[in-house]
Design a protein around this ligand. Sequence first.
Ligand code: ZN
Ligand code: ZN
Ligand code: ZN
Length: 368
Amino acid sequence: MASSTEHPATKALLDRMQHSRVEGVAIAPGDDFRYLIGFSPTPDERPCYLLAGFRGAALVMPSLNARQVADHTSLPLFSYADADGPAVALEGAAEAAGVPSTCSRLAVGDSMRADALLVLLAKWPAMRPESASRLVGGLRARKSEAELGRLQATADLADQAMTEAFSACRPGATERDIADAASLAFREGSAEEVCHTIVASGPNSAYPHHHTSVRRLAPGDPVTIDIGCRVEGYCSDITRMAILGDASREYEQVHAVVEDAVQAAMARVRPGVACAAIDAAARTAIERAGYGEYFTHRTGHGIGLSVHEGPYVTGTNRELLEPGMVFSIEPGIYLPGRFGVRLEEIVVVTPTGGRRLSRLTRDVFSAR
Ligand code: ZN
Ligand code: ZN
Ligand code: ZN
C-alpha cells in the first residue's frame, strides 16, 4: 500500500541528522532499513541504499526490487539495471537527498556489506565513514506503543513454543527433537521466521551458545532451551531450564543463584539507571555466591527488529535507561564439562520500573 507521507521514523532520522555533524546517512537493506521506511528488500550483492541528506531522503534500488519498495514508500527512488550498475542512480539519489559531492562525513548503517560501502567510498573519495548506530540505534531503542504490542505478541508466542519444547523433553529424545517442537509451535503460531532454537542438554548446557545436536537426553540431564522468533518484524528471545527427572542438590543451588541474579537485575530497572548498573546487579549476585568466574557474558541486549540491538547491558555501558527501552536480562552460570544454567527475561522499561513480557515461571521444568 502506497503511503502519501514519509514514514515517521524517516522524519525522525532527518531531524536527528540536523543536530549531528554528519553530512549524510546511508542505510543498506536490513533491520535499520525496515525500521526507517517500514519495509526492507532482501540484502544481497546489488548495492541498495536509503540515503539521507540536508534535503531529505531518497532510495537507490536495483530495478528488480524497485516496484516492491515503491509500494511501501513515497520517497524518490532511483533504480538501475543489473547491466548498468548503480553509479547513475547513486548520483541522482545523492542529489535528491542533498548529500554534497564533497561529503567527508557519512554515517553508514552497521550491517552494510563491505562491497556496498566500497561503492560509496568510490563516489565520495574524501569521505570517512562512521557508524550510524548513534543516530538510528538511538531511535530504535525507545519503542512506540505499537512496537511494544508486537513485542508482547512475539513474546506470547515464544511462551507457547517453550511450553511445547518442555513437553518434548523425555529420555531418548534428541536436542533436535526439542528444537523441532519449538519451531513447529512458532510456525503454527504464524511466526514470520524462526530466529533461533538452541537446545543444550547435559554437559552441552555449559556452552552458552551451543549448536543444537542429536545428543539424546538421559535421566538427570539439565536442558537449556533458548528460543525466539519474529512476529510482524519483531523478535522474541527467552531461555528456560528443564531437567529430566529429579534435580541434584548442586543443580538446585546453581539455579537458585541465577534466579537471584535475574531478580536483582530486574529490581534495578527504572528510567535513569545506567545499563552498567543492571549488569552489576546480576553479576554481584552471582559473585557473592562464588560463581563469578562462570558468568562469562554480558547480562543482556536490547531487542526489537533485531534479536540483538542496543541498549547492551554490559559492565561498561553508561547509557541510561529510558521508558520504552526493551532488553534481555539473561545471567548464566556455566560449569565446564558439567552443566550450565541460564534464565532469560525480556523487560520493558516503564515510567516507574520494569515489566517482563513472558508470563512463564522461571522454575526448572521437571520432565518425566
Ligand atoms: Zn545470545
Ligand atoms: Zn538473548
Ligand atoms: Zn536467548
